[in-house]
Design a protein around this ligand. Sequence first.
Ligand code: 26M
Length: 826
Amino acid sequence: CNNHGTMRTGQSSVEIQQSILNHLHYTQAKPLPFATRNDWYMATAHSVRDQMLHNWLTTFDIFMSSPREKHKIVSYLSSEFLMGPHLGNNLVNLGLSESVRKALSALGQDLEAILAQEVEPGLGNGGLGRLAACYLESMATLRVPAVGFGIRYEFGIFDQEIHNGWQVEKGDNWLKNGNPWEVRRPDIAYEVKFGGHTEFAHDPEGRLAVRWIPEKVIKGVAYDTPVAGYRSGGVAVLRLWKSEAVASFDFQAFNAGEYYKAVDDKVLSETISKVLYPNDEPGIGKFLRLCQQYFFVSCSLQDMIWFHLSLGRGIESFSESFAIQINDTHPSMGIAELMRLLVDEHHLEWDEAWRITRESFAYTNHTLLSEALEKWPLPLMASVLPRIVEIIFEINRRFLDEVRGLFPEDDQRIARLSLIDETGEKYVRMANLACVGSHAINGVAALHTDLLKKTVLHDFYELFPEKFHNITNGVTPRRWLALSNPELAKLISSKLGEGWLSSIETALAWLQGAAKNTTFQQKWLKVKQANKIALAKVIRERIGIEVDPASLFDVQVKRIHEYKRQHLNVLHIITLYNRIKRDPTADITPRTFIFAGKAAPGYHMAKLIIKLITSVADVVNTDPDVAGRLKVVFFPDFNVTNSQLIVPAADLSEQISVAGKEASGTGNMKLALNGALTIGALDGANIEIREEVGKENFFLFGLEAAEAQSLKSGGYNPRCWYEGNEQLRQAIDQIDAGTFSNGDRQLFRPLVDNLLNRDEYLVLADYQSYIDCQDLVSAAYCDKKKWAEMSILNVAGMGKFSSDRAIREYGEKIWKTTAIIDPTKY
Ligand code: 26M
């Protein structure tokens, strides 16, 4: 139904063409001859947005007129949302790709060029932020009423350039050409307090209550971006908060002649949402990061309470309106903030507020690295958020009283469970707060959840076993197959018919029947080949390296981190290079090694690993003995856009983190879904991927998590492994001797020293197993028919890793939301 005319929502290519012209005229204000490509992009985006806003308001109408018990909204709190470019995805999900292509072409424009115009919103670092984006899309697809709450960073993750082999960071000014997808809502704004002190005071009704007298108050303004579900009519909302000065001009200061102070104040207020921290683990407690976290959870909770009350409900039933999922501990201050809002501002008793808070919150953990568990210096938190610290103390006091009742005299356990780390300098432990204040805690892959129970969260597991769940991560097959790999999607449709993208969990398995079919295999390989040719072209244009599309494309794309072991991959490259140098006629399966990924700006070892990759590339790519059989490429600026180009072209997916460190991984899923075979250790979701695709279709190497653990506790000495393995020794000696650094022996010294003396991630222990496994990969790749069969079986086994499945599990196990907005039912 559309009672606003078809001017903006007509879906034929003629109507869309008209709408684009209208936006060029009335939104971009450009005469045709002066329209730039960006104007065409903006006009197209606005036309598509119109369609979505219509669905959005319809979704909202249906929600409001549905029975009250269905009024539960999922509120996904995340400090990051790595959405990727919107236009292409919205076209796929709305089913508008072809009519928009036609409309643009009638206007003399090329859809691909228009798509390339979009600067992606890079409001996340990696896996955690991208997961939030996949989940919003699946919630829209499944018509679960959902809002993603986060921060509208003015600068997202930095753009990466490679200068002389080193990473150089460039500011990401993603808003510079305007953002057609967001709607600013100046009427939806909340105040957030910082600093100052608390005191007891009588409220207007004469009750004695705590009053927080802040030093500073900042305003958060909502910016909404609709997220379209796949052919479902459903729309989820991404609501991001921008920080602003409470009054954009302090007139008193102005009148007093303190013009610059007034402006200064505005600058400070706007700093909070200025920039994303480009780290994928917490560093030393940074004041601004703390402000960011509190700022966005406070705005989000005030907004939820406002909405709940506006439905005419009492505050005591808040948890019937919202299921609040926190994406790692970054939003965990929300637990204390909801307590503050309920007790201080809505005058509930502590116990009732605590019941509501626990019923509302659920916590997803994303890490097993103990150094990556967030903790804030207590003095910092006490000065920035004095009232929040008081509340955390009170939560802790009551919690530890209970623990003491259960485990009298067990002081060590109490010290470990405490929300405050008092072993040295005092810290607030955010994971402890999240565990105590939530009714559900989940890990993101079976092994991860298992290890959480056994290690990092063991004490909490003993206390609240019923709170723990596993929900293995998933990715959306719309962006990661239909959009990124349209030819493969078409080929799959030729077997499965249309509609499989809505029921991928069961549908893909039907591909098993086609795995041995020679004609289908040939078509399958042809699609992969075309994707590789397309990537080779971009590599040539952007990096100037010529790669052979017939070679095996060996891909490792992810954040650069020692635990992910990009340097193990490099050791394999050097080993192959040495085989060629020993015998230039050696039979080597030609390979193109493709790396991409950003290093946190302060993580020196990760930056050195990038330099190592590019240095090895310089030597290997130009050595005449290699004769083009090995090529090494570091593809700069890994982001969602580039990932959509690289993933469909991969033959081999490198998932080689040391067992027990990668919580799940989601790149592993995207690559397998695009027909890459995985080489991997038994880590994170790799284990489940291997189960689903069949162990004969997965290249397994390396120690298991338990073995890795016992090797280390038995006093691991990497130097023994180095001395006992000639090829490994040669490779490391070459790095050390300057073979890849023009004789510079200092450059890679920190890396070599670390491997020989510490090797926390067991690179040397897993080296031989990895090399042997890679030799099997090389042999397997020579049998094209067999490889095609394995590739098809990989895709056939990927149904489980759809984010639709993951969202269904969250709904059933945690949110208990029956709220499915079905336009056909109302
Ligand atoms: C925290 C505090 C201060 C600054 C930055 C952070 C921070 C930001 C991002 C910490 C961690 C961040 O991300 C971690 C992450 O991406 N984890 C990955 O989550 C994926 C989704 O569950 C998993 O698949 C990966 O295994 C896991 O590493």
